[in-house]
Design a protein around this ligand. Structure first.
Ligand code: 5AD
Ligand code: SF4
Length: 462
């Protein structure tokens, strides 16, 4: 019998990318063929993100494109998985082209759902009815089994893997949809995480990134001991074959902070990289966001990080145009960006998410143009800082893990030995572009930096 062809399109954060890899691996194990284009597929799955409205609009326009495909191939099965599936549930199922809706907690059932949909030609939905209710032991076990059998995905960057440390979030920042679509915070058993890292290392993984919405609040109690992120980092760094360990994303809090930074300083394999969103520099806005710190406390953590790990590279996230944000509030974000000296900052325009506290209680009163202007201005401030930090690398040698071919080879053609342009990253997450043989993908190499731009370093292999 001909293998059924599945195409999976993925939107959103690392957590979603990891889910996509797991789903891809599950379909491959079940005998399906994974293909890159949706045109020739029997099944199209879309793994969706709800964090901003724009992410959801993109999914709807993708569904629109699939309409034509379904007209020419009525047998096509279309499934929507991930955060939008949980958020919109039956509303999505009513969409003309959608046959399957499956939330993040039901993801272990996705292969069976697809098989049923092919067999019965009936629409299927599985989402959690009460998302803030703790998963049953059976659900947690199913997720754990799905997670731990997953090992090597085809799509992954060679030599690298993401491993989930935690699911969900309990923080309820007022703008954020995550607690309503990913459910309550739960830390995976430390042993399951480490066993998974060992398997990944056996398959050639050198860099593992531990994932969690607030990964620094990882806590798992086993017997008399409570394992925290610092323990996980130490154990992961001791796994044979693992040369670099990273973690994202950190919530700005004192708890475990020093311990995690000390681990970073003491253990060479733990990358000197911290992604710790501030969201705003205004204490009034931070309070309205239900973030449990002031800008002063946030900067205190940054100082502490730099004292313990002097060459740490720090990245942050900001939201501009949060309800009632005045020019003065915004300038405080500008000030914070200047003081924090991030290696990189991600800036987002506030997008009210249905059902969140800020959407329900606060008017989205900053007009689109002001949001855009503040976004551009904050990025420009950061760009200057990034430029200066990048320049410090000129003529220095850096160790990088090579990812593969650069996506923009036209910028710099093959060198005189015919080597194409490759891309790699330093432990501190600086992108490095250089010419080298493609076989280097997934391996470490050393590059001397000859040119810099705010977000990219350019160099020559030595
Ligand atoms: N609007 C805009 N940005 C948001 N983020 C989360 N929710 C929203 C929202 N409603 C941003 C935050 C977070 C990042 C992943 O997305 O900055 O850190
Ligand atoms: Fe959303 Fe806040 Fe949780 Fe991050 S910490 S996922 S911003 S609620």
């Amino acid at each position: 019998m001909r293998k059924q062809k599945v195409h999976i399109k993925s939107f959103g954060c690392q957590m979603n990318k990891l889910d996509t890899e797991m789903v891809t691996a599950a379909f491959a194990r079940a005998g399906f063929e994974l293909i890159d284009s949706y045109e020739d597929s029997d099944i199209v799955l879309i793994n969706t993100c709800s964090v901003r409205e724009h992410a959801e609009t993109k999914v709807f326009s993708h569904l629109g494109r699939l309409k034509h495909l379904k007209k020419s191939n009525p047998e096509l099965v279309v499934g929507v998985i991930g955060c939008m599936a949980q958020r919109l549930g039956s509303e999505l199922l009513n969409h003309d082209v959608v046959d399957i809706v499956c939330g993040p907690a039901q993801i272990p059932q996705i292969v069976d759902m697809v098989r049923e949909a092919i067999g019965t030609k009936q629409k299927k939905i599985r989402v959690k009815e009460k998302i803030r209710e703790k998963n049953s032991d059976a659900e947690t076990q199913a997720l754990e089994n799905f997670e731990s059998v997953y090992d090597k995905g085809d799509k992954r960057i060679p030599g690298q893997a993401f491993v989930r440390a935690m699911r969900g979030c309990n923080n309820f920042c007022t703008y954020c949809i995550v607690p309503y679509v990913r459910g309550p915070e739960i830390s995976r058993p430390h042993q399951a995480i480490i066993d998974q890292i060992k398997r990944l290392a056996d398959e050639g993984t050198k860099l593992v990134t531990l994932l969690g919405q607030t990964v620094n609040s990882y806590e798992y109690k086993a017997g008399d001991k409570t394992y925290c992120l610092a323990d996980l980092l130490e154990m992961a760094s001791e796994v044979d074959g693992i040369e670099w360990v990273r973690f994202v994303t950190s919530y700005p809090t004192q708890k475990y902070f020093e311990q995690i930074m000390n681990t970073m300083a003491d253990i060479e394999n733990v990358c000197n990289y911290l992604h710790m969103p501030a969201q705003s520099g205004s204490d009034r806005i931070l309070k309205a966001m239900n973030r449990h710190y002031t800008s002063g406390e946030y900067l205190g953590l940054i100082d502490k990080a730099r004292t313990i790990v002097p060459d740490i590279s720090i990245a942050g996230d900001f939201i501009v145009g949060f309800p009632s944000e005045t020019e003065e509030d915004f300038q405080q974000s500008v000030e914070l960006v200047k003081k924090a000296q991030y290696r990189n900052a991600f800036v987002f325009k506030y997008s009210p998410r249905p059902g969140t506290t800020s959407e329900k209680r606060l008017a989205d009163d900053i007009d689109a143009e002001t949001k855009k202007r503040r976004n551009v201005e904050l990025l420009a401030v950061q760009e200057k800082i990034s430029e200066k930090l990048s320049e410090e690398f000129l003529n220095k040698k850096v160790k990088i893990l090579v990812e593969g071919l650069s996506k923009k080879p036209h910028l710099n053609k093959a060198d005189h030995q015919g080597n194409p342009q490759l891309i790699g990253r330093t432990a501190e997450d600086y992108i490095v572009v250089f010419n080298g043989p493609t076989e280097l993908a997934g391996n470490f190499t050393t590059v001397k930096i000859t040119k810099t731009s705010p977000l990219t370093l350019f160099g020559e292999m030595i």
